[in-house]
Design a protein around this ligand. Structure first.
Ligand SMILES: [Fe+2]
Length: 376
């Protein structure tokens, strides 16, 4: 066995910790660029709450609120231009995975020359980026726990991950109570993403003991607490459980990597702008069905966490879990067409090579094409 584990992170976790955002930001700068989406943090009152916290700590602020689902490289360049023009010296991300990923890239482009696409392709950043305070408002991506950012290019439709230790947030503030305002459909989608990060870590060829421990715990927490919060629980233990599952999953995939379901989902959401977790829901059981023989042990572990008994139970155990959160969906229900299959297959082998290589079995282009068809 040999592996490398490296994750310098400063994480605050707990109900109410969001009110420490200002004090944490003040350790890093005097003028914050708040990166958020168009509406949710405003409607919930969270944006005002964080602004009050910053003001109290003596930190001025500018708001960039143009990040949408499947964030675009163009949006990143727009946010960075605002940050530079306003002389911001710290970035505060307030939102879900799209916002945090965009904020990482904005913090990078506030100090680096050129276009963000250059850095996405190079998979590295040349110098420290602006300090980033990440405040997740969803429980799925785990972006607060790693240095990965996934961005889409509107021209090529490529959805690619960028990965660098420079993009690990200086401080992540994980407050489970912030996640209670998510619409139910969003909760199901992001929560399933969190479960997938943990399951895929266990399946990855790069899985190692540190990542496996995080993923086992994250998987168990997501399996138990996602159906509870989806069912309407307001119990703190349930919200803490799903929030922790999300952060653990984000940390686990940073060194172990995700595998084929993520690799195949990115072309679908890059092309048709579908919600990441819904794309994963359509693809995961089909991919698992065709991969069982290659990794019987982790598939058995996953099946058991979801109420099954043997590795062979795993795909149906995932389907039963999806039924509990009303997420038994197909790709065609999300706008993917039969004629998209060839493009997605080719694109998968361009943008997701690493994820396919980490998958427990070899998937050929024919396999990938057949899986997309079966998931339509
Ligand atoms: Fe994901």
């Amino acid at each position: 066995m040999d592996f490398e584990y490296h994750l310098p992170s400063h994480l605050l976790f707990g109900c109410g910790v969001v009110d420490r955002a200002g004090a944490e930001a003040a350790k890093y700068g005097k003028r914050a660029l708040i990166v958020t989406g168009r509406s949710s943090a405003k409607q919930s009152g969270l944006l005002d709450r964080v602004i009050a916290s910053l003001t109290e700590a003596g930190v001025a602020h500018v708001v960039f609120d143009r990040v949408a689902q499947n964030p675009l490289t163009d949006t990143v360049m727009e946010g960075a231009a605002l940050g530079r023009a306003e002389g911001c010296d710290v970035v505060v991300a307030l939102g879900g995975g799209s916002v945090m990923d965009a904020a990482k890239a904005i913090a990078l482009m506030c100090v680096c020359e050129g276009d963000i696409s250059d850095y996405v392709l190079r998979h590295r950043t040349p110098r420290p980026i602006l300090p980033l305070i990440a405040v997740p408002t969803t429980c799925g991506t785990g972006s607060e726990g790693n240095g990965t950012a996934v961005l889409s290019d509107a021209r090529t439709k490529d959805k690619r991950g960028m990965r660098s230790d420079c993009c690990i947030p200086s401080v992540s503030i994980v407050d489970p109570l912030l996640m209670q305002t998510m619409p139910k459909a969003v909760l199901a989608s992001v929560g399933f993403d969190a479960l997938c990060h943990n399951m895929e870590t266990l399946l990855s060829r790069k899985c190692h003991p540190f990542a496996a421990q995080m993923a086992l715990r994250g998987m168990e927490l997501a399996a138990r607490h996602l159906p509870a919060v989806y069912g309407g629980s307001e119990d703190r233990e349930d919200w803490e459980g799903i929030a922790l599952a999300s952060t653990l999953g984000g940390m686990a995939i940073y060194s172990a990597s995700v595998v084929a379901p993520h690799g195949m989902e990115h072309p679908a959401s890059g092309l048709r702008d579908i919600a990441h977790g819904r794309g994963l829901a359509a693809l995961t059981p089909v991919i698992y069905e065709r991969s069982l023989d290659a990794a019987p042990e982790p598939f058995e572990t996953i099946a058991k966490a979801l109420g099954g008994k043997t590795a062979a139970d795993c795909p149906d155990a995932v389907r039963r879990f999806l039924e509990q959160i009303d997420l038994n969906v197909t790709l065609s229900q999300q706008g993917v067409l039969e004629e998209d299959v060839d493009w997605m297959t080719e694109n998968c082998f361009q943008v997701s090579q690493m994820m396919l290589q980490n998958h427990p079995c070899v998937l050929t282009k024919e396999d990938v094409r057949a899986i997309y068809r079966a998931a339509l």
